[in-house]
Design a protein around this ligand. Structure first.
Ligand code: ZN
Length: 175
């Protein structure tokens, strides 16, 4: 009996102290450097209900960008909200032109494998024209990474191929 009981065991190895320069008296984690690596196949299937947000995704499939507007205080929520967070009034759907200004962004060169996206992955925070709050989604089709600038005009682009989640029905691209 022993580790042969672990059918998906890949290896057991001794990791080096990555900060040896900071440990002149020896590795304080020496007792914990023995590392087991296993292959772990994970396959989850979710049934995911989009609830009160469903109309947003249904209309994305129709190439329309919806948000919600508060009939009481007039605030337009860039990411739709069924309830106005400012005055607790039930909102109404409102179509926007799908254009806006990228007010912030982050560029990820490493993403978790499960995301199955190409890197660099650019996440844009966009002030949509006609909305009072920001909307966050991926920026694509920007060409060279040097083209990405603060306050650049962007627009919603709609998927033309089948997608695995309605969230992928849109992305941003330079306007
Ligand atoms: Zn309100």
């Amino acid at each position: 009996m022993g580790t042969e009981l672990i059918s998906n065991l890949l290896e057991i190895y001794t990791a080096e102290d990555p900060m040896a320069f900071a440990h002149p008296d020896g590795d304080p984690w020496a007792d914990f450097r023995e590392v087991m690596r296993v292959e772990w196949k994970v396959d989850f299937t979710y049934k995911h209900v989009l609830g009160k947000y469903s109309k947003f995704f249904i209309e994305l499939a129709n190439h329309k960008f919806l948000t919600t507007e508060c009939p009481n205080c007039g605030k337009v929520w860039g990411i739709p909200r069924p309830l106005c967070s400012d005055c607790m009034t039930i909102t109404k759907w409102k179509e926007l032109p799908g254009t806006g200004t990228m007010v912030s962004y982050s560029i990820s060169n490493f993403v978790p494998a499960f995301m199955k996206v190409e890197t660099p992955y650019v996440l844009a925070m966009v002030k949509m024209d006609g909305a009072d709050t920001l909307f966050t989604h991926q920026l694509r089709n920007y060409g060279d990474i040097e083209n990405i600038k603060m306050n650049m005009p962007v627009k919603v682009a709609y998927a033309t191929e089948p997608v695995v989640h309605p969230m992928l029905l849109m992305h941003f691209e330079p306007a």
